[in-house]
Design a protein around this ligand. Structure first.
Ligand SMILES: Cc1cc2nc3c(=O)[nH]c(=O)nc-3n(C[C@H](O)[C@H](O)[C@H](O)COP(=O)(O)O)c2cc1C
Length: 221
């Protein structure tokens, strides 16, 4: 088992997976561990649906089909992907790192679009997880779900399982709810693709840096 320091340092977004499924007992261990995530008043507002096998394949097909029409994107929580200033710089840097790892030139719009569409096929992963926030929860409980998602990804890392958190997997909530029998009051916040990393996949060469500590954290006394 990895130390917490090693798990935090080695986790990275993986965008190319091997077909092998994660064994059921490992899934139980990972999702059981993630339940330790903290939350406001211990409300544990996350509702999580995990897809594997035929359920994963069916959603992969439907989401890939729906993604072909960007006008049909209808996330429960608005997202336009536009950032300003330093946030825009970081967004561009992350995209540039990914495209460079994949050998995609900046001006090659078609290749960039194809790369984006891979999101909806779970990047080839044998599993997906969808994190829903029940109504009427809001921003604070969404933060709880974010803490849950990172705890989940670290639990995966500790078990040798790779992941990619994805806002893009929340662009078609109606399809996901319909496929999984989720009630309309459960709003889709994000999805994750997960499984075993394909070390040969070019997208997995991508590593993005972080801002210097003094750009995001102030120490006071
Ligand atoms: C909430 C959330 C949503 C994200 N959505 C996507 C996504 O839709 N597609 C994608 O390829 N990466 C997505 N990412 C991954 C980020 O691009 C990635 O975390 C960031 O660039 C830092 O890289 P790292 O995870 O490898 O450290 C998302 C990350 C988070 C935390």
């Amino acid at each position: 088992m990895l130390s917490i320091t090693d798990a935090i340092s080695s986790r990275h977004s993986v965008r190319g997976f091997l077909p092998a499924e994660v064994p059921p007992d490992t899934l139980q261990a990972i999702f059981g561990l993630a339940q330790q995530a903290p939350s406001n008043c211990n409300t544990q507002p996350w509702v999580v649906h995990v897809v594997s096998g035929a359920a994963c394949e069916a959603l992969r097909q439907r989401l890939c089909q729906a993604a072909l029409d960007p006008a049909a994107h209808a996330p429960d929580f608005p997202y336009d992907g536009r950032y300003d200033g330093v946030y825009r710089e970081r967004q561009h840097d992350a995209a540039a790192q990914l495209h460079s790892a994949m050998g995609i030139a900046r001006e090659d719009k078609a290749a960039r679009a194809r790369s984006f569409l891979r999101n909806f096929g779970f990047f080839g992963a044998p599993h997906g997880a969808f994190v829903f926030l029940p109504e009427p929860f809001g921003l604070r409980e969404a933060a709880d779900c974010g803490l849950y998602a990172q705890t989940l990804m670290l639990a995966m890392t500790a078990h040798g399982v790779a992941s990619c958190p994805q806002t893009s997997l929340s662009f078609h909530p109606a399809i996901v709810r319909d496929a999984l029998g989720v009630p309309p009051v459960h709003k889709l916040l994000l999805g994750l693709s997960f499984g075993y990393e394909d070390p040969a996949h070019e997208a997995n060469r991508c590593r993005v840096a972080r801002a210097a500590l003094d750009q995001t954290v102030r120490f006071h006394r």
